[in-house]
Write a protein that binds this ligand. Sequence first.
Ligand code: MRU
Length: 331
Amino acid sequence: MASEIRSLAWHDTGLRLLDQTALPQRIVYLDITDVDALIDAIRRLAVRGAPALGAAGAYGVAVAMRQGAREGWDAARLAAEIGRIRDARPTAVNLAGGVDRVSPFAADGVEAVLAEADAVVREDVEANRAIGRHGADWILSRVGRRPLRVLTHCNTGSLATAGWGTALGIVRELHARGTLEVVYVDETRPLLQGSRLTAWELAQEGIAHLVQPDGAAASTILRGLVDVAVIGADRIAANGDTANKIGSVGVALACADAGIPFVVAAPLTTFDDATAHGDEITIEERPESEVLEVAGVRVAPAESRAFNPAFDVTPARLISVIVNEAGVREY
Ligand code: MRU
């Protein structure tokens, strides 16, 4: 069952990550025992998705402390290494949030940090279950058609979280209630989190789905084939503007034009009240090769350059509701 997929877990040897770059072809685990390996895993998206990054950041503090003890780091070096983990990717607020939450426990030793990191994981799974219930309740109260046709973008399931999922948690809840017909899964270029990861999770659950090119999403919505879109978030500004995987704002625009709900699902750990508006959110730009190559083969002329923003910002005015573990916020 996909609900048992664990994106990460602490073992005696260190942090074990399910390497998401190998999915869906292979199940590969990475045992992380040093800071460089963790940062590499985060940057390569071996571990990814805002809540999973939060948990990885929390356990990462323990990884750094253990490495520091082995290698005789002083306090300044340890703080610098923890800072490197915190900054490994800029957009998802959860990464810094996970590091910052456990860091005060470092003074009490690595076991205290691990206990707090375990709490981050536990709370994330509980939050996701609640998000699933609140989101399904809201959607079923607003959308009359049964069974529902849902569109989602990127991957927001067990792989992207500590377990169960946010937007995909809502999809699972709708399925469990017998109210789901099909999920349109945007493939999510260029790294294919939709086709490689979301479709894999849905297949494990036996949930009917259709993988579609990102470019099909607006048309699928305008043709009346979708009842509701549900996506996750990497950072939600105080005014509700939401950063999520590149392509999300196009889905929101199509939903607004079609008059169907555009639902964002995220735990409170993804809300960043220190950021007033979406235009203050740092958007990660990733290597050009991710766009110019497919599976290592160059697909654009040698002279071509690429623009590869990993995220976009959907303005709050295009969002019907943001679902979190406490309930539903209308925007
Ligand atoms: O670059 P990624 O794969 O880390 O991007 C992930 C997303 O954009 C997700 O939608 C978001 O983090 C929410 S995961 C519950």
